[in-house]
Design a protein around this ligand. Structure first.
Ligand SMILES: Cc1cc2nc3c(=O)[nH]c(=O)nc-3n(C[C@H](O)[C@H](O)[C@H](O)COP(=O)(O)OP(=O)(O)OC[C@H]3O[C@@H](n4cnc5c(N)ncnc54)[C@H](O)[C@@H]3O)c2cc1C
Length: 240
């Protein structure tokens, strides 16, 4: 694992160092003329003309695709992360994933855990719902942790937060590359459960599509939108 926010900050710094402009605004609409997207409207009133549009909207990706009249089965899913303290310190402990899907890893002097959301009722949340599900920690996660690592019978949860996964309802896998008909609309979506560790490779692949019209380094064809259009799952089992 690595520090996600530090990575984002480094990417931002690289953009600034190369004097590449970026705008902080929300896309509110996409103009489509036949089989091309031609412009993106923003909530600051601006409209950007576009030769290529990349959908990298995370949990919002399905909505952003719909702006262009395209269907993408990526929806938000609520996920809880809990932080706890333990008397025992395992500084060299690796990320541990229990077969139940519950994971735990050290984070400095504390530990992070999560991954126990019940399948029943796992539907798109209210976009403003970031309420922590504490019973999940008490009733589901803690017993699993204590069974696997007896020293974790005595732990103290300290804080927790909720985020929204970008969840591909077809196969929980990423969707990468152009729409087969609207070829200048590129997808980079559906990564939650695989995570941030794929982000640099996906970014490079998408950049190659934009610059060269094809993959040069990693062939991501298997993740293409075609399987979505055909309803053909390319299932990822190792998601947490
Ligand atoms: C609770 C939680 C824990 C996680 N833990 C891990 C972990 O331990 N390890 C790991 O590798 N991964 C983890 N992930 C997954 C990781 O965060 C995602 O895989 C990764 O962030 C996906 O990157 P992305 O750039 O595709 O989308 P995001 O990081 O979601 O970025 C999407 C961006 O699009 C913007 N956006 C949305 N709509 C619009 C719009 N209309 N106009 C303009 N911008 C828009 C959003 O504001 C956001 O900045 C976790 C995710 C969650 C929710």
């Amino acid at each position: 694992w690595f520090d996600a926010h530090a990575l984002l900050t480094l990417f931002r710094k690289a953009l600034r160092d190369r004097k590449i402009d970026f705008i902080t605004a929300s896309a509110t609409g996409i103009k489509r003329e036949g089989n091309r997207v031609t412009a993106v409207s923003l909530d600051n009133g601006e409209t950007l003309e576009a030769g290529t549009v990349v959908n990298a909207a995370g949990p919002n990706a399905g909505k952003v695709a719909a702006f262009a009249g395209l269907e993408l089965p990526v929806e938000p899913r609520k996920r809880n992360v809990f932080v706890f303290e333990a008397r025992e310190k395992y500084a060299d402990m690796p990320l541990l994933v229990d077969p139940s899907g519950i994971y735990v890893r050290p984070e400095g002097s504390v530990y992070l855990t999560g991954g126990a959301e019940p399948e029943e009722g796992d539907v798109a949340p209210d976009p403003k719902d970031f309420d922590v599900n504490w019973p999940l920690f008490e009733e589901v996660i803690w017993p699993v942790l204590a069974t696997r690592i007896p020293a974790f019978e005595a732990i103290k949860p300290t804080r927790a937060w909720v985020g929204h996964y970008d969840y591909n309802t077809l196969d929980q896998n990423g969707v990468i590359g152009p729409h087969p008909e609207v070829a200048n609309f590129l997808f980079a979506n559906g990564f939650s459960g695989h995570g941030l560790q794929q982000a640099p490779a996906v970014g490079k692949s998408i950049a190659e599509l934009v610059m060269h019209g094809g993959y040069r380094t990693i062939d991501c064809t298997a993740f293409g939108y075609e399987r979505v259009a055909e309803g053909r799952a390319f299932r990822e089992l190792n998601v947490i």
